[in-house]
Design a protein around this ligand. Structure first.
Ligand SMILES: [Zn+2]
Length: 333
């Protein structure tokens, strides 16, 4: 079983291949789910870092790590740990990550909710459940989703921007051996060894992909914090702080990103309230949307001319992190 798991991991983590239209040649792409995972874990890191400040003991500007209030912290950290179960311990010497996954919490209260729901009139039922689920989902789950809630951020598969695609074997044809580690003992798992084909480059030519991130059903200004969080996230991606895929400990998978274009679509004819600055161009023919505006950044990514707007959204995110607290049984609003 263990061996199969390790092998699955290996297959999971090698570049995913597809065939180029027309030529039949193989190329690689980055699955949207992997990119989404990378973005989610970085956004959790951002939330945990910002939330951690609230656990500071009062009157101590430079506290030791063990002096922080970890119990309070897990109640208001603005991102759950998607894997943490009830009873997970917090390591006092490490940043505490164990805020129970919203999914795991909801699994435990769902039978009770369903019981309550049965007593209501049919039209109120789904509304009731949706409200409970959104109340009990942390900001990270609202943005990226959990078992009970679709996330607002959609991430598409990213394809190479080179029309010839990318040779799956890599430029140098080099292979790397990996050994699967048993996370419990720290030793090597029984014969769990696998190979990978990383793309080392002989020149400065990096692999370049184009990805699309879509934030759906955004309700501004109430949900401006989602844009603020995304701005923090994209800044980290721009700075090359993010790692993707296998072999992170070996220094592989460094990901760097640039904003090429931003598009805003609306179902309303009036978009004045968005306060878009000059430079945004209206696009025509948008199925399903009344108006669409686009800003071409030409890869500059400094976002200088929308700095004020972004700062406002970032401030909304900071405020959310400062006020957020987990809604759990007995304390529901
Ligand atoms: Zn959550």
């Amino acid at each position: 079983m263990r061996k199969a798991h390790a092998l699955l991991e290996a297959v999971d983590n090698t570049f995913v291949r597809t065939t180029l239209d027309g030529t039949g040649r193989e190329t690689i792409f980055l699955p949207g789910s992997s990119l989404r995972g990378m973005l989610r874990s970085q956004s959790e890191r951002i939330a945990r870092t910002l939330s951690f400040d609230r656990a500071k003991p009062i009157g101590k500007p430079y506290p030791e790590l063990h002096e922080y209030n970890y119990d309070a912290y897990t109640n208001y950290v603005a991102a759950c740990d998607p894997l943490a179960m009830e009873g997970d311990e917090t390591e006092p010497d490490e940043t505490p990550y164990a805020a129970i996954a919203c999914t795991n919490y909801m699994k435990s209260v769902m039978p009770e909710w369903l019981k309550q729901q049965n007593r209501q009139r049919a039209e109120e039922r789904s509304e009731f459940l949706y409200q409970k689920i959104t109340e009990c989902s942390c900001p990270a789950c609202l943005l990226f989703g959990n078992t009970y809630l679709a996330g607002r951020l959609k991430v598409n598969d990213a394809y190479s921007i080179e029309s010839k695609g990318v040779d799956p074997r890599g430029e140098t044809r080099q292979r790397l051996d990996f050994v699967a580690i048993n996370r419990f003992t720290g030793g090597v798992r029984d014969s769990a060894k696998f190979e990978a084909h990383p793309h080392f480059h002989t020149t400065n030519q990096k692999l370049r992909f184009r990805a699309n991130l879509t934030l759906t059903d955004l309700n501004l200004p109430k949900e401006g914090w989602m844009l603020g969080w995304l701005a923090y996230l994209l800044r980290d991606l721009y700075l090359g702080d993010l790692r993707l895929g296998l072999g992170k400990a070996k220094g592989l998978g460094k990901a760097c990103g640039k904003l090429v274009k931003i598009r805003v679509g609306s179902l309303q004819p009036d978009l004045d309230w968005l306060n878009l600055s000059e430079g945004w161009q209206e696009e025509t023919e948008q199925p399903g949307l009344l108006r669409v505006f686009a800003l071409d950044l030409n890869g500059s990514s400094t976002f200088e001319h929308e700095k004020q707007l972004l700062n406002r959204y970032a401030a909304q995110y900071d405020e959310l992190v400062d006020k957020y607290s987990r809604v759990r049984a007995g304390q529901e609003r």
